[in-house]
Design a protein. Sequence first.
Lengths: 953, 116
Amino acid sequence: MSLVLIALLPFLGAILPPLLIRAGRNAAAWSAGGTTLLALVGLLTHAPEVMRGEVLTARIEWVPALGLNMNFFLDGLGLLFAGLILGIGLLIILYARFYLSREDPMGQFYAYLLMFQGAMVGIVLSDNILLLLVFWELTSLSSFLLIGFWKHLPEGRQGARMALTVTGLGGLSMIAGLLILGQIAGSYDLSVILTQKDAIQASPYYLVALILILIGAFTKSAQFPFHFWLPHAMAAPTPVSAYLHSATMVKAGLFLMARLWPVLAGTPEWFYIVATTGLVTMVVGAKIALFKDDLKALLAFSTVSHLGLITMLLGFGTKIAAVTAVFHIINHATFKAALFMSAGIVDHETGTRDIKRLGGLRKLMPITFAMVTLASLSMAGIPPLNGFLSKEMMLEEAAHTVWWHSHYLLPALVVLGALFSAAYSFRLIAHTFLGPQRNDYPAHPHDPGPGLWLSPAILVSLVVLIGLFSKAIAGPIVAVASQAVIGDAELPYYSLKIWHGFTPALYMSAFATVAGLFLLWQHKPLERLWNALPRPEAKTIFEALIAMLVRASERLTNALHDGSLTRYAGIFVVFVFGMASYAYFTGNAPAHIKPLGDLGPLAVMGWVCLVVSASCVVLYHRNRLLALVIIGVTGLMVSLTFNYFSAPDLALTQISVEVVTIILLLLALNFMPKDTPIDSTKAQRVRDVVISIIAGVGVGGLLYAVLLGDFSQPSISEYHLANSYKGGGGTNVVNVILVDFRGFDTFGEIIVLGIAAVVIFALTESVLASNVRARLLNREPDQPIAGDAHPMMMVVATRVMMPIALLVGVYIFLRGHNLPGGGFIAGLVVATAFVMQYMASGFAWASARQTFPYHGIIGGGVLIAAATGMGAWFNDLPFLTSAFGYVYLPGLEKFELATAALFDLGVFLAVFGAIMLALESFARYAWQPGIESEHPMDINPERDDPKVSEGEA
Amino acid sequence: MEALVASAVAVLTACGVYLVLRRRTFPVILGLSLLSYAVNVFLFATGRLVQNMPPILSKYADATYTDPLPQALVLTAIVISFGMTALVVMIALGAFLSSDTDRINTTDTPESGDNA
């Protein structure tokens, strides 16, 4: 199976459980389990090759220009992690089927779980660090959904938010770090980066990149001081805790450190940051775990502690420590997942996870007791279980590590951590299962069915088997995974066995065990001491910090964003002017070109008209109707400007858009005040004038500079001019660009236009559905209604002109490919012809004769354009590739048929539909049942009574 | 000629910005229209100004043509600016009909005698 498919399979499978949950909870669980099993089998088919030391790759180009490719690779480390993720995932799916209650939406649960699984597999198989980042963020998001799965619990929501905040922030920092790393190495492919050790460690940016990446890894792996989110994430359902916090999410940070170990490790910076953080986390986590009463909280802090242990091993930077880290990752995943699931069983069967309310369950729940005992002893590091082996190797390594110029400091602290670790493991067994049987359990405890205990039992048997036959079972995978961690170097000598002789590690281990038992014996007085001592509560600090940030951003937002649009606009104009001035005075101007010298009288007259009309719009803007009329003149002058400077298409478009815009504004003005009162002071107006003059001078100056300068780069227009006829089959280059070269842009544009029209329609619907409608119906018009609502001359004229206008529209459409015209302009012209009917004959009359809804016309246009574009696929060409040919028919000149014309038809329909839908929506505000008339040419002599009865004419 | 076009765009921009800085919806919409004119002419003019050289290919002569690319860009911009204007007008109208005021700033308190 391809590596790409293995990584994507969980994502594809994630849609199944929510669908199949209708067929029952078993169907949902089977679909999730089947998907995982399939991916696992796919992975295992590659195992023999990886075990031989080969590295498998799969490459798909995604965005090669950015260095972002779907490159996957599978080596020993990837195989180990992917195997853990999918294997334990399978067990969790089984366990969750029986753990979740009937009320929990199980389909959703499995969908989230599979998404998370896919993201994790993606991380461990990615060969491209950008791709890895994508998956990394996906784990943060999907774990948020999983931790907050019980949405009704406030702790669940808070824990999920906290986890997302901490790991998300770490992820951001990691993005920066990995980008720097990629820049140093010259590639974003891990397989290349991993060969660049010397370049990376010699780079001045090494330390920055290292710290940024480590923040990402530490937050994900809950290292001190970011460890606080993990215990709060325990509000999640137990299957989630068991999965996320034993084998997967928290191991992602460790994975990243292991993955980048060959290039980042080995420096003093690495040693002191990573080993120290790991050491502190290990001791602090273990100490807190000893005093936690909630079973899951105890396990959570023990997880923190063990993650610290592995981090410390990776931080040592020696090869043998790396091997030990890999081995402990396997061991920790097995015993910790088993413990979490067992804790879930205790919770499920007794109704509580509080150690203080438990005890004496030994006889009541023998199977669970056996499982917890074996897994806990492994966690405590008791032979012959697997935890003992890796702990011995760790102690051995710690015993001769010099830290802060001292030979004894680090071993002493490590023993302290091991001692606490042994103590809480013993406490977990003793205070839950040993002691006298009680009669005040919240429920009647008994062992659950095999559905619940099977998964942890499998893991516990692994705990024992790896302990007894470590070389046979874990040896090969530890070897290949370690080889992948340490890179090209030779694998050091090590031996996975129980008895190494009387070594310092054995004495340390024995001391830790005995002292751990002593701590358990003295737990009560120690707990009193612990509770008496003040200690920082991470959650309170975190929440206070978040509240402070929220307050600060609220203050900033409210200060900047005070609800005055005028102010925003003013700030925007001044700011843009400032930035542009800075750019202008610091940049280089290109060479000047010869200006277009002649100033004909026509040009000057046009200029005068434009400037005077624009100024008059401002001068008379308080009289809204007058301003509207004058702005029409400005639009007309703009249209003439286009025509004057060789842009006939633009002139046609501008003039027809002008018509519909003015009609639209008139329709709106009908309901709005006809005058604008003065509400700014003189000082404000002076300020506004200054701002607008600044803007005008800036834009005018910029344009003048542009017009006098030559192109700073060769224009791409030459290509369009040269290929318009050859490649696009049209001589109107503007139209060919629109429907062919840049057809995709145009396609997007008509969709935007259609959306705008539909939004206008929707707004009209919602406004008219409110109490506004009643007010509109009872509205007294503020100006006298025309006695002749539908003047006969106008009605006749528009009806006569209708076919002519339509013919003009068709003509403009057809010639568009070769001469000025095309779908946009034709759509506008035909819309104008239709609008004339509405204006002259009335809304009711016109809409009674309009049988196609305008929405449908917009949709049809977009669909025709899309279908034309897709037609290219059948010839194995990219979307919207056009084709054309010439047709000879007897008696006719040769003419052209082009698919671009079909696309242009789509444009035409969409533009036409959008304009009509917008105008129709505005007109619906004016519709009053009283003035509906079937006879638009009737004259109503009673001007103020709009009622017209039959026969009165 | 360049100075003429540049100054016309400057006037359009200044008038547009002034109207955008008004306190009522209708002048702001007019101001946005003026600004659209200014922007469209600006974009169009970046192809440089030439006369009598429309980008319609001629098969008879080896003619030179103006830059067609800004024209295509501006053509769609004109149509889109219609869509934008229509949408803004609809929002303004809906807001006026629902709230009885056409002020655009929530910071302005309506004084007595407001004829809105």
